[in-house]
Design a protein around this ligand. Sequence first.
Ligand SMILES: Cc1ncc(C[n+]2csc(CCOP(=O)(O)OP(=O)(O)O)c2C)c(N)n1
Length: 283
Amino acid sequence: MTVTPESRVDITFDVRRSLRLDLFPHFLCPGCGHGIALRSLLWAVDELGIDLDSLAVVSGIGCSGRLSAYIDANTFHVTHGRPLAFATGLKLARPDLEVVVITGDGDCLAIGGNHFIHACRRNLDLTCIMLNNEIYGMTGGQGSPTTSAERFTTTTPGGNHEPTFDACAVATAAGAGLVGREITLQTPSLKNLLKEALTYDGFSFIEVLSDCTEIYGRKNDLGDSAEMVLSQKADIRPSSYGPSDDLPFQPTPLRTGVLSRSERREYRAVYDERTADRSRAGQ
Ligand SMILES: Cc1ncc(C[n+]2csc(CCOP(=O)(O)OP(=O)(O)O)c2C)c(N)n1
């Protein structure tokens, strides 16, 4: 591709404006993809002109869960698996806030699995960003619902024999209004996908493929961070290829970008309408 001034990506966003720099240095390992996801989110927020005072970021427990603390906005670090439940209450009480959830694959799909399904079903206007590093990073590398087949973790010393959970397929099936996936290597695309999610009126779920170099990568000989993200890139299946019907245990080429989008009505709009109807009817 010929690079023209128009096609050049603007990467001049200075993330430090949006961070609590007094908490630095951050605690993430070198090569961890979570930091790129955080930067992409804050870049999207900045480009949309969302005031940090009107942004609320809720996260659970895990390496992913720690990210909210670094953001200079209204941040809530809640119990493991419960950020979607907390965010639901927050958004209902304060609809004026832009409420974002940052969660991990363990936080969102294992202990928080039921909250996840019902948040998708409800379609309240939240943006949920799940950082999928295929492992419980913070607690030392136990297997998670998204651990790839035959990979080694501390709880699967003979390899993982469970099929992998496709969080995006579950989100779409459960009714999430907007569902998408991106890898950290494609940071501008990730930022644009997050902008679409933030502006979507309903529940949006974005899976970010992150890399846990220190624990998962090392245990499975996946190479350094650059090698891990490049192997994710090699797996990408352009969305023009159509839906994937791969079975568990087959290597699944990834589809990225917006995977599903519907124009379902947002929960709060329906709730307000019904409440007004009832009050007009004197009930
Ligand atoms: C109720 C409860 N159960 C278990 C834990 C221990 N714990 C903390 S973080 C975590 C897993 C985090 O994994 P994930 O959500 O995938 O995030 P990552 O650290 O990989 O970003 C677990 C099991 C806890 N803090 N609270």
